[in-house]
Design a protein around this ligand. Structure first.
Ligand SMILES: [Zn+2]
Length: 104
């Protein structure tokens, strides 16, 4: 699947462009600008609300720092290591952009 924005060829199952993060599929996407200190609680909150299929965390420069695949949300047990990774990002950043995709 080619990104409509930058033209990068992505794997067919991709929801977002690997290069620029543009959404490739339909669904409901929300963006939040979150202080790094609130990153873990914000993501925990989003997951609790349900229907989340994809979360991308970007830094202030728009670089993708972490992408949480759908399987993370289905199997809650493997969430812990991801939360540790999110904590590591939060320790380095000041503000993050959180992009959330939910199933419609
Ligand atoms: Zn792209």
């Amino acid at each position: 699947m080619f990104c409509p924005k930058c033209g990068t060829a992505n794997p067919e199952e991709s929801n977002f462009c690997m290069k620029c993060g543009t959404r490739l599929r339909s669904g409901v996407t929300e963006e939040f600008n979150v202080a790094a200190s609130e990153l873990i609680s914000k993501i925990g909150e989003l997951i609790k609300e349900g229907n989340v299929t994809h979360i991308i965390i970007k830094n202030e420069q728009g670089k993708v720092l972490l992408e949480l695949p759908a399987t993370v949300f289905i199997v809650g047990a493997i969430l812990a290591p991801w939360m540790a990774a999110i904590g590591a990002i939060a320790a380095l950043a000041t503000r993050c952009q959180v992009i959330v995709e939910r199933s419609a």
